[in-house]
Design a protein around this ligand. Structure first.
Ligand code: SAH
Length: 244
């Protein structure tokens, strides 16, 4: 029986892969990957390595999670090294924990290989530090997938009154509602916000605005995209380095 490596592929730029992930990709007998993992990484695999796409587009699962769990188990019976390659870090909204729990239940060995999460690296490529002395001492990473006005929202919106930088993943389609909710809890209408599309890739694009106008400006950006809310957004004008 083989081992399943729940591996972070980093945010996009292939050079942001860890050395450990790089080695495992080269040694893998099979690589199970999703949409956010840069497909160029697969070129590093050995000849004869099997590739299986389980394409999750943002959070819309094209293969149900249970089937991915089961697939990993079946592959571990057949192969020595199974690499499950996920965008960013496997445990930041990556469902790597669920896959590991299933493997554990089935008695399969697994390892987590951390990856550079988009939540920090994408703002960084855009010239936005998630913390900055004198501006903010903390940041939080929140799912933007849950509609803010859902009755039993699990998101503690009241906590967002603090000065934390807030990074929403999977939130572009809810951007309008997210900004309205933030204004509702007391953030100023002209509070800075950025939407960063296809971060760390050659076609990265950032749109900056206020809580009031960002939806109009950013709604048509291509995915994947994330949202950064906070005064740190103002640093981009001095720290921009990657985007032309
Ligand atoms: N495990 C991943 C996140 C999975 S959730 C990680 O650690 O990065 C998927 C969301 O991540 C997307 O909807 C988007 O909000 C964000 N994302 C991932 N890659 C991105 C990129 N290159 N640019 C912008 N946002 C990205």
């Amino acid at each position: 029986m083989g081992t399943v490596y729940l591996t972070g592929a980093g945010p996009g730029d292939i050079e942001l892969l860890t050395l450990k992930a790089y080695r495992l990709v080269q040694e893998a007998d099979v690589i199970v990957y999703d949409r956010l993992a840069n497909p160029d990484i697969l070129k590093e695999a050995k000849s004869g390595c099997e590739f299986i796409y389980v394409g999750k587009a943002d959070s819309h699962h094209s293969l149900p999670q249970e089937e991915i769990n089961e697939l990993l188990y079946q592959l571990s019976l057949k192969y020595e090294k199974v690499v499950r390659l996920k965008g960013g870090d496997p445990l930041v909204f990556g469902r790597g924990g669920e896959e590991a729990l299933h493997l554990k239940k089935m008695g399969v060995k697994f390892e987590f290989i951390p990856g550079i999460t988009s939540a920090i690296a994408v703002p960084e490529y855009a010239g936005i530090p998630v913390t900055h002395r004198g501006v903010t001492v903390s940041f939080r990473v929140v799912t933007g997938h849950e509609a803010p006005y859902k009755k039993r929202s699990q998101i503690p919106w009241e906590n967002f009154k603090s000065d934390d930088t807030i990074i929403f993943l999977m939130g572009l389609h809810n951007l309008d509602q997210i900004t309205k909710k933030l204004i509702e809890i007391g953030k100023p209408k002209d509070f800075p916000i950025a939407v960063i599309s296809r971060g760390t890739r050659s076609d990265e694009k950032t749109v900056i605005g206020t809580l009031e106008n960002i939806w109009e400006r950013a709604k048509d950006l291509p995915t994947p995209a994330l949202i950064v809310v906070g005064e740190v957004v103002n640093l981009k004008k001095d720290l921009n380095w990657f985007e032309k």
